[in-house]
Design a protein around this ligand. Structure first.
Ligand code: UDX
Length: 437
């Protein structure tokens, strides 16, 4: 298949590379010339494990190219829209400027018989609106919605071996043709037995936001119970293990800590609740506002704990922050809980030094007022308090004995409940997790 991918960020760049890996002929298009130059040279402009080698081999195959011009998509049989839908600056709704612009650009060049397949996470009703717009322009190009469920850090694997494929298509004969086209794109995954669900536009849009809302709710659920554990002496990690054995509940996404961040969960639950309000059903998703509030409270819990552990004030006290990315194996700092904690402590007068294996450049762009150190050792030097906020494997493996002589105070907050409390305490540290006695 000849494929175009409009938008080459975390989602689109990985999708373009994965589609080439599957044997298709692909052009990746983005308005950001720097991003396109970097991708064309074989270097992803962001950190994603496994991506760079695949990008290089895809370019070498001669079946992948990148362009800043929408006209480069004119040859494609299927056009994937993979642009961002960030939160609007002045409300909780999703900003559809990029989706609308990408759609208009590709609709203007799409050849007769081709299919535009949206991958971006959009408010329910968007695909129907775009399909109507498309019908006013041409009857020879069709629209489908094909949501993406990839996780950063596992994006390549999640794209090549998805756990399900969802197509939202028109309920007409055209819809059947569109299914056949998408089947040709995902031939390998379908052959491997990946569940494939064919549904209408609204369902496909809701599948994506519901999945993210469910995951966010699971995390906030365990964090809310963690708040109760904190004041009763229960251990949230043991509790999560115990309830997680119930297969109806499951242990995954029950890790209590500083909460969720990133470019998806926070803005998706806000946009979902905002959309429900627009639809006159605000009460149906009002619980998502609580999920959001619980999540944001976890950041405050860490800050409050820092103040408590330093005797009532962090002013002019040196605090080392381990991790700035919103999660390990990513350099993404969008809505990062780690950075939120660092910024708040800085605002309280703390001398904050942060480190991260991949996220420092992005963090510095967002928060130049913070100090950054490239290594754990240099970040910990003279610290009176250490806060682990992003559970990179190398932070999990830190030896409390050897770093005990670098810091000025052996006090650690484990914001992800990722460390072994007894090991740290036996090495002379004051250890505090979240929801752990
Ligand atoms: C998420 C969805 O998982 C993915 O399916 C969707 O396509 C995009 O949004 P991503 O944003 O990459 O993916 O991150 P994810 O792995 O879901 O983690 C989100 C946040 O939740 C991170 O900040 C992580 O640290 C936090 N988290 C996750 C917890 O606090 N506890 C957990 O148990 C799991």
């Amino acid at each position: 298949m000849r494929i175009s991918v409009i938008g080459c960020g975390y989602l689109g760049a990985v999708h373009a590379v994965a589609m080439t890996e599957l044997g298709h002929d692909v052009v990746g298009i983005d308005v950001d010339a720097t991003r396109i130059a970097s991708l064309s040279e074989g270097t992803a402009p962001f950190f994603e494990p496994e991506l760079d080698p695949l990008l290089k081999s895809a370019l070498q195959s001669g079946r992948l190219r990148f362009s800043t011009v929408a006209a480069a998509a004119s040859d494609a049989d299927v056009h994937f829209l993979a642009v961002g839908t960030p939160q609007k600056p002045d409300s909780h709704s999703a900003d559809l400027t990029f989706v609308d612009a990408a759609f208009a650009a590709v609709a203007a060049v799409a050849k007769p018989g081709s299919l535009i397949a949206g991958k971006s996470t959009v408010p329910v009703g968007t695909a129907e609106r775009l399909a109507k717009d498309l019908a006013t322009l041409t009857s020879e190009v069709s629209l489908a919605w094909n949501p993406e469920f990839l996780r950063e850090g596992f994006a390549v694997r999640d794209t090549l071996e998805p756990d399900r494929i969802v197509y939202g298509v028109e309920t007409s004969a055209q819809g059947e043709k569109d299914v056949a086209k998408l089947d040709a794109v995902y031939h390998e995954a379908i052959k491997a037995g990946t569940p494939r669900l064919i549904t209408n536009f609204a369902t496909s849009e809701l599948v994506k936001v519901s999945a993210n809302a469910f995951l966010a709710t699971k995390i906030s659920f365990i964090n809310a119970i963690g708040e109760i554990a904190d004041i009763t002496g229960a251990d949230i990690t043991e509790l999560a293990d115990a309830i997680g054995h119930d297969v109806r509940i499951g242990r995954r996404f029950l890790n209590a800590g500083v909460g969720f961040g990133g470019g998806c969960l926070p803005k998706d639950i806000r946009a979902f609740a905002a959309r429900a309000e627009e639809l006159g059903r605000a009460s149906s998703l009002a619980f998502l506002n609580e999920v959001d509030a619980i999540n944001l409270r976890q950041r405050q819990r860490v800050v409050d704990l820092a103040v408590e552990l330093l005797g009532g004030s962090v002013n002019q006290r040196r605090v080392a922050i381990l991790g700035v990315a919103f999660k390990p194996n990513s350099d993404d700092v969008r809505d990062s809980p780690a950075l939120a904690v660092a910024v708040q402590l800085k605002g309280l007068g703390a001398d904050v030094v942060a480190t991260d294996p991949e996220g420092i450049d992005n963090a510095r762009r967002q928060h130049p007022q913070l100090s950054y150190e490239p290594s754990v050792e240099s970040a910990l030097d003279g610290a009176e308090l250490v806060i682990l906020v992003t559970e990179w494997q190398e932070y999990r493996e830190i030896d409390p004995v050897s770093i005990g002589s670098i810091v000025a105070g052996r006090i650690i907050i484990d914001g992800r409940n990722a460390l072994d409390p007894s090991r740290w305490r036996e090495s002379g540290w004051t250890y505090r997790g979240l929801g752990r006695p």
